[in-house]
Design a protein around this ligand. Structure first.
Ligand SMILES: [Zn+2]
Length: 446
């Protein structure tokens, strides 16, 4: 008996030696990239760091060394050295509220409705690949895409194509079809006899709500998106009024189901009754959040609810001032500023979001940063909202939105100091995603 045990033991230790050697070999064969950054905003630290050497192996950052240290001399012969002494280096940026399947629909070209009524899905998917590429070109290496607007599970397909290396694009966290109620989403305004498609999955009642969440999670949703308000208008006393959609019971069924899958629920919510139901129903993030009362801010702090404001989109395309729509548009913007300032002051967790797609993808995503700074954020707070804070929202703390050992090598660079002029972030010159350089317009040696 004893003898027969010895042989397997020897074999086992031999095997483990071989596998150790193999592991060391693969570790050492992962390509090494060294980036020298003149200035580093690492996504976490309160102030920038200078003359930093970032070491990357494969797609992971393995070392970040400060203070003018020498370039390591013991590098493998095939190591890549990227010298950015005149640049400010940052983590890849995160936009936590986008729509790659929307293109800033021009009413003159048929607006939103034409997307669902006349465009084949393949056409919309082709355009979504362009949106994804546009985001990556601008240094946004991660998006939380907040529903496909009638394009079904198209976002899951785009994500697969990016992950498979077929098309360039950011890391996607997708929410697929989204959920609202009867009377709670376009297309609308058609004759009742005509059945038109809807931009979301429509539910009525907690059973349908739970079933919709299950279906979307089953088909690849990373987040569930719920519309808790729909139409908005200016009320009799000049206040902004928003039509609530789901009941608390309907929302609770969705939140309960989604949390069971270890995932989270994002709630489009402008204010009023719909906002209250969103908070009482346990939403994880409030999208837009145009109108927050003091009590609601306190409830968000208590519950740890995120706010994903989207300021810029409410400052464009206003209807004429003397129309009800024009008054509503102006009221939305002015309320949003007040609520943003209030939430910021109170310490509500804020993640950067834009509603790109509502804004044409030809426009800069980073236009949101100066709005946040104008409404009270420091430039560093605004940057962290699009890096480490947004990563936390995505449950990717330490992996995304930070330049630190163990994080994915998503790295961007700009020329100049974004802390002095935040608009500089509209001109990202260098983009690395997952350890691979996607774009480098900088006049630097490689
Ligand atoms: Zn949106």
């Amino acid at each position: 008996m004893k003898r027969s045990l010895i042989l397997p033991a020897v074999l086992l230790s031999l095997l483990s030696l071989i596998s150790l050697a193999w592991a060391q070999k693969t570790a050492s064969t992962r390509p090494v990239t060294i980036i020298r950054a003149g200035v580093l905003i690492d996504g976490m630290s309160p102030s920038p760091r200078h003359n930093v050497i970032i070491t990357i192996r494969g797609n992971i950052i393995t070392d970040v060394a400060d203070g003018g240290v020498a370039i390591p001399t013991n590098l493998p012969a095939d190591a890549t050295f990227i010298d950015l002494p005149q640049s400010t280096v940052l983590p890849g940026l995160i936009d936590a509220h986008t729509h790659i399947f929307l293109q800033g629909e021009d009413p003159a070209e048929g607006g939103y409705d034409i997307q669902l009524l006349k465009y084949p899905l393949a056409f919309r998917a082709a355009r979504a690949t362009v949106s994804a590429r546009r985001a990556l070109e601008q240094g946004f290496t991660t998006l939380r895409d907040m529903e496909t607007e009638g394009a079904g599970y198209g976002d899951v397909g785009i994500k697969m194509a990016i992950e498979g290396g077929y098309i360039p694009g950011p890391r996607l966290f997708v929410s697929t079809r989204a959920i609202s109620t009867t009377g709670g989403y376009p297309l609308e305004g058609y004759a009742p006899e005509i059945e038109v498609p809807k931009g979301v999955e429509i539910i009525d009642g907690p059973i349908e709500a739970r079933k919709a969440a299950r279906g979307q999670l089953d088909h690849g949703a990373d987040w569930i998106k719920v519309y808790m308000t729909h139409r908005s208008w200016v009320g009799k006393n000049g206040e902004l009024v928003s039509q609530p959609t789901l009941t608390v019971e309907e929302l609770r069924a969705i939140v309960d189901e989604t949390h069971g899958w270890g995932k989270k629920v994002a709630c489009h919510s402008y204010g009023g009754e719909g906002m209250q139901r969103a908070l009482d129903g346990g939403c994880d993030s409030i999208e837009h959040g145009l109108q927050l009362t003091d009590a609601q801010v306190a409830q968000m702090l208590r519950q740890g609810t995120w706010l994903c404001p989207t300021l810029s989109v409410y400052y464009t395309d206003w209807a004429p001032a003397d129309t009800p729509e024009g008054q509503r548009d102006r009221k939305r913007a002015s309320e949003h500023e007040v609520s943003f300032r209030k939430a910021l002051k109170a310490g509500v967790k804020i993640a950067f979001g834009t509603d790109m797609g509502g804004i044409p993808w030809s426009e800069p995503i980073a236009q949101e940063f100066p709005r946040m700074v104008a409404f009270g954020m420091t430039p560093m707070q605004a940057i962290q909202s699009a890096t480490s804070r947004a990563a936390e929202l995505l449950d990717m703390k330490g992996k995304l939105g930070v330049i630190a050992p163990g994080a994915y090598a998503d790295v961007v660079a700009v020329q100049g100091d974004p802390l002095a002029n935040i608009k500089i972030l509209e001109g990202v010159n260098f983009v690395m995603k997952d350890g691979k350089v996607f774009k480098n317009d900088l006049p630097s040696k490689k």
